[in-house]
Design a protein around this ligand. Structure first.
Ligand code: TRP
Length: 331
């Protein structure tokens, strides 16, 4: 008998355009996982409104994100791809889980502390309870593994704590998920400030998947390096160059050693444009395919509708169980 595949859930907020960092750090790995695992990949629009969004932009970016997921190689037949707000069970389970989460636990979340500093004029209850919604995303589907970056590990751990607590009170209900930080996941840093992660809210330091070749070339030419000339991987002493090496290797599939020796003695004037060219070639087919898909709204609609239907079927099963266990009267 075929062994049951493990289930994976992950999502990205459509709060900004997808970047080279989202691709190399997350989506590329999702693509690699799609055959071996039973995967759900979500566009978490409900998380995005925890900080203020322009409605028309949010709507547009959510669709673009779906087109880009597909253009990056995620297959809508192999994976369940959907938009979070289309599956109401996320909000429903989130309410219940919120009643099994401590105020103190949420207060300790480092992302909440950071974001509430950044958005000091708009610290909403939604921003505070964001990890509860994330726990609902994961637990609804009984996910075993949650591929996330280091910055989301604390949220997955909280999700696990909530699940464990609920299971303890009511008997086994939820699979306990684990953060899954893939080995090959590259952590891409800002081109302008290599000490911080490439972020979609920093247009100059980040490369968007849909950037034109000219824009990509310009951003790499301007990338911050150091005052030496050697193309050498040394994240401590040479964070900028090391980040460019990581990007070059991820874009071309070459090893660090190969790349260092290929550029030995050539200096940054040669290296930086070469990284730009490698990224331009990597992104070209993705950008072209995403653009083509965005012209086919009917197709995108069929994908997100089918995705939401499949997701809701799984989600509803979990939600019924939960409602029964906490003592709600069956409909
Ligand atoms: N909080 C995640 C982020 O900002 C996005 C997210 C929402 C997520 N729900 C999730 C990631 C569930 C993994 C699983 O990156």
């Amino acid at each position: 008998m075929e062994e049951k595949k493990k289930r994976i859930f992950s999502g990205i907020q459509p709060s900004g355009d997808l970047t080279l960092g989202s691709y190399m750090g997350a989506i590329k790995n999702w693509v690699a996982l799609q055959d071996e695992y039973d995967c759900l990949y979500c566009i978490v629009d409900m998380h995005a409104i925890t900080v203020r969004q322009v409605p028309a932009d949010l709507r547009k970016r959510s669709l673009e994100q779906l087109a880009q997921y597909i253009a990056c190689g995620l297959d809508p037949d192999k994976n369940i791809m959907f938009i979070q707000s289309h599956v109401p069970q996320h909000a429903e389970l989130s309410w219940v889980l919120g009643c099994y989460t401590q105020f103190g636990e949420l207060s300790r979340m480092t992302q909440f502390k950071d974001k509430s500093q950044k958005h000091a004029d708009n610290i909403t209850a939604g921003l505070f309870t964001y990890p509860v919604l994330m726990a609902a995303d994961i637990l609804l589907y009984q996910a075993d593994l949650v591929p996330v970056g280091q910055d989301q590990k604390q949220h997955v751990e909280l999700c696990r704590d909530i699940a464990q607590r609920f299971n303890g009170v009511y008997s086994d209900t939820f699979t306990l998920p684990e953060p899954f930080i893939p080995k090959m996941g590259a952590r891409i840093m800002s081109l302008g400030d290599p000490s911080s992660k490439m972020s979609k809210s920093d247009p100059e330091g980040c490369v968007y998947l849909m950037d034109s070749p000219d824009a990509v070339a310009r951003k790499f030419k301007r990338a911050v390096t150091d005052c030496e000339t050697a193309v050498r991987f040394d994240p401590e002493q040479k964070p900028g160059v090391s980040n460019l090496l990581t990007i070059y290797c991820a874009a071309t599939g070459k090893t660090l050693a190969e790349t260092e020796s290929a550029f030995a003695g050539q200096g940054y004037g040669v290296f930086k444009p070469a990284v730009g060219d490698a990224v331009i070639e990597l992104l070209r087919p993705i950008r072209e395919e995403a653009t083509r898909l965005l012209g086919d709204k009917a197709y995108l609609e069929s994908v997100y509708r089918a995705g939401a239907e499949r997701a809701a079927r799984l989600a509803e099963k979990t939600l019924r169980k939960v409602y029964k266990k906490v003592g709600f009267v069956a409909k």
